[in-house]
Design a protein around this ligand. Structure first.
Ligand code: ADP
Ligand code: MG
Length: 233
C-alpha cells in the first residue's frame, strides 16, 4: 500500500530548470522540510532580507549559468549578521564578475544556516521505460565518490523508504554507530516518500529532481533540504 499523495501539484506553470528557491517552494508544498530564504537583487537588499531571517546565514548566487554553486565560489556559509551578509554578497558579486563574466546573475539567495549530523542526497529521475524513480544516498560532495545509492520506482511509502535507507552503506551512521547518536531516520524516510510522490504527481513532463544535501539531525530533530534543483521537460 503506497498510501495517498501528500500534496497536489499541477505541472502547468512549471517549465525548464527551476532554481533553488523555486524548487524549494515546490518541495515545501509537499511537506518536505526546507530552510527559509529570500532572493535579493544586490548586497543592500540581501542585508535587509537577512534581517527577516534567523542567524547564522548562508548566501548563494542565483544564476541559470552556475549549476555547481560552491565550485564557482557562489556559496558563503556561516555569516553571523546582516552586515556580514551584505559584505559577502558584495565580495561574491565582484569575484564572479571576474571569474564568470558571461554568467547571467539573477540575484543572491539569503537563507538560514542549518546544522546537521549527516549530509544525504534525495532525488528522483524519469526512467524512459519504468517512469519516475526515487533515489537516496550519501550526499553532499561524496555523492559521486561513494556511489552509495538506493533506487526504487516512485512512489514509495515511508516504510519502503526506510528499507531503502537501511540497505545503504551509511545505514550504521543513521542507526547510531559505536556510541554515536542515532539520527532521524524516520524524518528522512518521510522526506524520501514525499519526494517520490512529487515526482510521480508531476507526470510526463517531470525530468529530474535533486535535493542535495538534506542535512539529517539526531533522532527527533528532523532533517532539512538546503539545496534543490528541479528540471521539467
Ligand atoms: P552546490 O551544490 O550548488 O555547490 P549547495 O547549496 O549544495 O551548493 O552548498 C554547498 C554546500 O554548502 C552543501 O553541500 C552544504 O554542505 C553547505 N550548505 C549549503 N547551504 C547550507 C545551509 N543552509 N546550511 C548549512 N550548510 C549549507
Ligand atoms: Mg548542493
Amino acid at each position: 500500500d503506497k498510501g495517498t499523495s501528500p500534496g497536489s501539484i499541477s505541472a502547468q506553470g512549471l517549465s525548464g530548470a527551476l532554481d533553488e528557491a523555486k524548487a524549494k517552494a515546490v518541495l515545501a508544498d509537499y511537506g518536505v522540510p526546507v530552510n527559509r530564504g529570500a532572493v535579493a537583487p544586490d548586497a543592500a537588499a540581501a542585508g535587509r532580507a537577512a534581517a527577516r531571517l534567523k542567524a547564522p546565514f548562508v548566501v548563494k548566487v542565483v544564476s541559470p549559468d552556475i549549476v555547481h554553486k560552491s565550485d564557482a565560489g557562489g556559496v558563503a556559509l556561516n555569516l553571523g549578521d546582516a552586515q556580514a551578509v551584505e559584505a559577502a554578497v558584495a565580495e561574491m558579486a565582484s569575484r564572479l564578475a571576474a571569474s564568470h563574466p558571461k554568467a547571467a546573475i539573477e540575484g543572491y539567495l539569503v537563507q538560514e544556516m542549518v546544522s546537521g549530523e549527516l549530509e544525504m542526497f534525495v532525488g528522483a529521475r524519469r526512467d524512459p521505460l519504468f517512469g519516475p524513480v526515487v533515489m537516496v544516498g550519501a550526499g553532499g560532495v561524496l555523492v559521486e565518490l561513494l556511489k552509495d545509492v538506493a533506487v526504487r520506482l516512485a512512489p514509495v511509502s515511508p516504510a519502503e523508504a526506510r528499507e531503502m535507507l537501511l540497505g545503504l552503506r551509511v545505514a550504521p551512521l543513521l542507526k547510531g554507530f559505536r556510541g554515536s547518536a542515532p539520527l532521524d531516520l524516520d524524518a528522512l524516510a518521510d522526506s524520501v516518500s514525499r519526494v517520490s510522490w512529487l515526482a510521480h504527481d508531476l507526470g510526463d513532463r517531470f525530468g529530474e529532481l535533486d535535493v542535495n544535501p538534506v542535512l539529517v539531525g539526531k533522532a527527533g530533530q528532523g532533517c532539512t533540504g538546503v539545496d534543490a534543483r528541479l528540471l521539467m521537460n
